[in-house]
Design a protein around this ligand. Structure first.
Ligand SMILES: Cc1cc2nc3c(=O)[nH]c(=O)nc-3n(C[C@H](O)[C@H](O)[C@H](O)COP(=O)(O)OP(=O)(O)OC[C@H]3O[C@@H](n4cnc5c(N)ncnc54)[C@H](O)[C@@H]3O)c2cc1C
Length: 442
């Protein structure tokens, strides 16, 4: 009988445990609660949802709806349980949090192939092991992982800048060019006039922010957060002085050489392409703790982004995650450690459904050497995200900006999203048939 140790009985660990156990694997599932608690979990149940009880939209016109559909096609078990304990929430899949965790705990504790071990685990051996200890991985495991990586390959918080859809940018204003390199097409630039700049910086300072949780403020203080200049929220920089951004992240230099046609702007915000098809752009340097509603209002004050569609909002959180593209192979095992796999938020996905999907994916890869999923699927792109080197790797949630553009130029946004959905479902169906996976739902 094939054996595996799974560390962490959260969303990813539970999905992976059930998938592998259903395929005849003997699973030891290590969960440290209740002996050792995380700062966010409150119960001793497996698969506890630590905050919202919503697993987001089920609509086909949403990226979250598409990811759920793909995960279901791949035989996801936790989403089936979520359906069973869902509560009315319009077009979202929301669950009775307690019942969800109870049902998952029951499915695992009664499974003949799974043994639950309620202990903190931190030894990394040569046994086949999947680590899914999540954003609040225990300190001992963090140290063990750091030792394996022999490098500063673990991050302890994410400082995420918003991402906007390429087709929502106003190209009459935003121009393509790298700083000091007008041929570079990886960047777009939003030039500010003086009044635009001051309106934007004032709005940054005045808008409503998320308060960090108590355990996060303590943690940030302990790791000397205030010294991490690259991760300082943009609103905090704006608060330091009216000109701070103009001499920092919004400096207008490097765009002068444009055949004498170009008047130097007062300030410039750069947008960096998020993917090779340039369907989405990251607002460089705009990591923020502003509330989502406020982000929409404030960042739309940037010239060229008046109608921006936000695919991901910015955030700064306590979050342990790996610089996965540097350390993970395509099969999600750690380079140089063939028997060690990483899943869940620790691997660099962000969100409940994304973490469940990641557990599912890793189990399927371990079991069946799953070939790479189609690039037109959200699941395929999340997988690629974990293994594709980038300058500043950040956790990723499901969003349509990950997908390659459609062949046709569709103006209607909703129609476009439905076409993304149809294309993904069709391609995933062909993929499953081609690879002989007719029934994933064991
Ligand atoms: C405070 C907070 C709020 C969040 N809110 C949301 C939200 O509202 N919506 C959303 O989509 N996402 C949210 N997330 C992000 C994320 O989706 C969830 O954290 C998700 O649960 C991650 O799944 P996971 O399986 O990777 O980790 P988890 O579900 O956290 O599971 C990890 C498990 O590993 C255990 N563990 C840790 N270290 C060890 C060890 N050494 N040995 C044994 N067990 C160990 C933990 O006790 C835990 O049970 C939030 C994250 C945090 C931290």
């Amino acid at each position: 009988m094939k054996k595996i140790n799974i560390i962490g009985g959260g969303l990813a660990g539970c999905e992976a445990a059930l998938q592998l156990a259903n395929r005849g694997w003997q699973v030891n599932l290590f969960e440290m609660r209740p002996q050792v608690m995380t700062p966010a979990h409150r119960t001793n149940l497996l698969a506890e949802l630590v905050c919202s009880n919503s697993l987001k939209s089920v609509l086909p016109s949403t990226s979250s709806g598409l990811l759920k559909k793909e995960a279901q096609m791949l035989g996801c078990i936790l989403l089936k349980i979520a359906d069973l304990v869902s509560v009315p929430a319009g077009y979202a899949l929301a669950v009775d949090r307690e019942l969800f965790a109870q049902k998952v705990t029951e499915a695992i504790s009664t499974h003949q192939n799974i043994r639950i071990v309620n202990e903190e685990y931190w030894e990394i051996t040569n046994e086949l092991t999947l680590i899914a200890t999540g954003p609040l991985t225990s300190e001992k495991m963090t140290l063990a992982l750091s030792a394996v990586l022999k490098d500063s390959g673990l991050y302890f918080f994410d400082a995420i800048a918003p991402i906007v859809a390429a087709d929502s940018i106003n190209y009459d204003i935003a121009f393509s060019a790298g700083r000091y390199d007008s041929e570079n097409t990886d960047y777009l630039n939003c030039p500010f006039e003086k009044e635009d700049y001051y309106r934007f910086t004032e709005a940054l300072v005045e808008s409503e922010k998320h308060e960090a949780k108590e355990f996060e403020t303590e943690y940030f203080k302990n790791i000397g957060f205030k010294f991490y200049e690259n991760c300082t929220p943009i609103e905090e920089l704006a608060r330091r002085g009216k000109e701070t951004l103009r001499f920092g992240v919004l400096r207008p230099v490097g765009f002068e050489d444009r055949g004498g046609q170009f008047k130097r702007p007062f300030a410039v915000l750069q947008l960096r392409a998020e993917n090779k098809d340039k369907t989405s752009y990251n607002l460089v340097g705009c990591q923020t703790m502003l509330k989502y509603g406020a982000q929409k209002e404030v960042f739309r004050l940037i010239p060229g982004l008046e109608r921006a569609e936000f695919l991901r909002f910015g955030s700064i959180h306590r979050n342990t995650y790996l610089d996965s593209p540097r350390f993970l192979k395509e099969n999600l095992s750690v380079k140089g450690h063939e028997s060690l796999y990483i899943a869940g938020q620790l691997s660099g996905v962000e969100g409940y459904v994304e973490s469940i999907f990641s557990g599912l994916l890793t189990a399927l890869v371990i079991e069946s050497k799953l070939p790479m999923l189609p690039e037109t699927t959200i699941s395929g792109q999340l997988w690629r995200h974990l293994i594709t080197p980038v300058a500043n790797f950040q956790p990723m949630n499901a969003n349509f900006g990950l997908l390659p553009d459609l062949k046709e130029n569709i103006k209607d946004k909703r129609k476009k999203k439905l076409l993304y959905y149809d294309r993904a479902v069709q391609d995933l169906t062909s993929y499953l048939t081609k690879n002989g996976f007719s029934d994933y739902s064991l």
